[in-house]
Design a protein. Structure first.
Length: 274
């Protein structure tokens, strides 16, 4: 059995199929970990959702900002954007089943020293603390008042965590850190305007994974979200958004030996790389 962690798919079903072929993926034996953003910008979000949902327990999916955006648009708590490619999902006959399945995915998954999430963790959060906070949001999204939760997600304030936060502000900080964050200060103040690579860090801010003394640094964080950062494989970080939707490859790492597999944008198979 192997576990393949896969970067942001964003509706690129042809590339996902080619990548699984390149990995020699065996549905009966192997598991897939998706870093979030299954949907949007690409041409086949509906097909991706149907495929991954159909994998059942063979796939672990964490929510990304585009996945949450789809849920918010579907519930009327956000407007569709000009570059969204979500209409096929919203108009599908199995729309409700797909959206309920997506809404009940995890925000963060922890297994054997590996942590799967979309964006990042604030420096003052231990894995245990972050897990508890993720469960809070997951329970709220899976509960009867999930529409109220979705209605309060949008916005970039507050920019930092406090245990005293309550209600929508509390949920928003947790979700923003785990699905949107790129840069923060050593004190955990987040900044959301900068979307470039490492050189785009504003004065006083660092990439969240480079903050000294980050309390989660002993675990391996597997994430996506940051296409301008590009593929980054380090001892305690697997950043897998290699920008397939922008013309880069779609990437997967086999967790057992960290072997890298990639296919180019367009779905054409390329040789696996070590």
């Amino acid at each position: 059995m192997a576990t393949y962690s896969i970067g942001d798919v964003q509706g690129c079903m042809a590339e996902l199929a080619a990548l699984l072929d390149a990995c020699s993926y065996d549905r009966k034996r192997d598991r897939l970990w998706f870093v979030g953003d299954l949907v949007n910008r690409g041409p086949a979000s509906l097909e991706v959702l149907r495929f991954v949902k159909g994998l059942g327990d063979g796939a672990v999916v964490v929510l990304g900002n585009h996945d949450l955006h789809l849920l918010c648009v579907a519930e009327g708590s956000a407007r569709a954007r000009p570059d969204d490619t979500l209409d096929h999902v919203l108009n599908a006959p199995d729309r409700n089943a797909l959206l309920k399945w997506l809404r009940t995915r995890k925000l963060m998954h922890v297994d054997d020293g590996c942590v799967l999430l979309h964006a990042g963790l604030l420096p003052q959060w231990t894995i245990e603390k972050a897990s508890a906070l993720a469960r809070e949001v997951e329970s709220a999204l899976q509960g009867p008042h999930y529409r109220d939760v979705l209605a309060g997600l949008y916005g970039s304030e507050p920019t930092e965590w406090s245990d005293a936060l309550q209600g929508p502000d509390r949920v928003r900080v947790i979700v923003n850190a785990m699905t949107r964050m790129r840069f923060c200060t050593e004190q955990g103040v987040m900044e959301f305007r900068s979307k470039g690579g490492l050189v785009a860090a504003p004065a006083g801010y660092r990439p969240w994974f480079d903050v000294p003394g980050r309390l989660s640094e002993r675990s391996t964080i597997i994430c996506g979200h940051w296409s301008a950062l590009g593929l980054r494989i380090e001892s305690n970080l697997l950043a897998l958004d290699s920008g397939c939707i922008w013309g880069g490859p779609l990437s997967a790492v086999r967790l057992e030996d960290r072997r890298l597999f990639q296919v180019p944008c367009g779905g054409d198979r390329s040789p696996a790389r070590d």
